[in-house]
Ligand binder design. Structure first.
Ligand code: UTP
Length: 293
């Protein structure tokens, strides 16, 4: 594959209002809420870096400046840690710091929708394919979701979406894809339907919040009218792109937690805590006691 086609940049739309987490999100962006001891956004950035992403593009909004600070050096803190010889903590902070020049931040002045947020990254992304990762969704699997998508992309090119299977009764809650022939370890997407009416979904495969898109999406989003929720929807833009370009699906077979919803966020904390050897025994014991009440 030519260098022009490599997916080097990932866009993280973090400009939403996070109304489901009010009052916390009055002062703290939901992407900075912690799952065990890391902010949600860190999990998603780790997934992008594991997949070989070289540049992180954050589309932020008002009240989100703390995200930019999080990805910077905290000089006073690190100085104090050095004075106290806190080697483990210093290493931890150094390990998560993106390389100089590896991040870009742009603003979506008004939360006009996910499609609009992605469009705000157009100049930073330029004329090359890119990934979009919804920071609400954090995933666990043998292999990162975006890494798996990259493997499909290497075979198919074009646009790649990650999908997962839902119970047929739940399909009306999601963006559902139509299943075509097998390609590159995934399958061809024949259609996309946002929140299909009950009993009409073309499959049980829903789009889980990870996308590899070609830059032609930007021109489409530029003139995209508002759709569901009076917002400029990414799915509406992708539907137009599907008329001109191929879309493939990567079937992610891991666990996904929707940290934009209260139950998903709490479950993520439980699941990630149980996966940690240092705290599992105590968490497990206390959870059992709680459930027995
Ligand atoms: P959501 O609709 O789940 O996030 O958007 P939200 O609007 O922040 O949450 P609620 O519904 O009010 O609780 C999915 C992702 O798209 C981003 C959000 O930040 C989130 O990561 N987004 C959404 C934007 O960046 N801009 C928008 O205008 C809308």
């Amino acid at each position: 594959m030519s260098a022009r086609n490599k997916v080097r940049k990932a866009v993280f739309p973090v400009a939403g209002l996070g109304t489901r987490f009010l009052p916390a999100t009055k002062a703290v962006p939901k992407e900075m809420l912690t799952v065990v001891d890391k902010p949600v956004i860190q999990y998603v950035v780790d997934e992008a870096i594991e997949a070989g992403i070289e540049h992180l593009v954050f589309v932020t909004g008002r009240g989100k400046a703390v995200i930019e600070d999080y990805f910077d050096i905290q000089v006073e803190l690190e100085q104090t840690l050095r004075e106290r010889n806190k080697k483990v903590e210093i290493e931890l902070l150094e390990g998560i710091l993106p390389a100089a020049g590896m991040t870009s931040f742009t603003r979506q002045q008004a939360p006009l929708g996910l499609g609009h947020a992605v469009w705000c990254a157009r100049d930073i992304v330029g004329n090359e394919p890119f990934a979009v990762l919804l920071p609400d969704m954090i995933m666990r699997g043998d292999k990162g979701c975006l890494k798996g998508m990259m493997e499909v992309y290497e075979q198919t090119g074009g646009n790649v979406l990650a999908v997962e299977e839902c119970h047929p009764d739940q399909a009306h809650k999601y963006g559902i894809v139509g299943v075509g022939k097998e390609v590159g370890g995934g399958f061809e997407i024949t259609k996309m339907v946002e929140k299909p009416a009950k009993g009409t979904a073309p499959s049980n495969f829903f789009i889980n919040g990870r996308y590899i898109l070609q830059p032609e999406i930007f021109n489409i989003l530029e003139t995209q009218e508002r759709g569901a929720g009076n917002e400029i929807q990414l799915t509406d833009g992708m539907l137009k792109l599907l008329e001109k370009q191929g879309f493939s699906a990567y079937h992610f077979r891991g666990e996904t937690y929707d940290c934009g919803a209260k139950d998903g966020f709490i479950l993520a904390n439980v699941a990630f805590a149980l996966a940690r050897a240092d705290i599992r025994p105590s968490v497990e014991e206390q959870l059992k006691a709680l459930l027995a009440r």
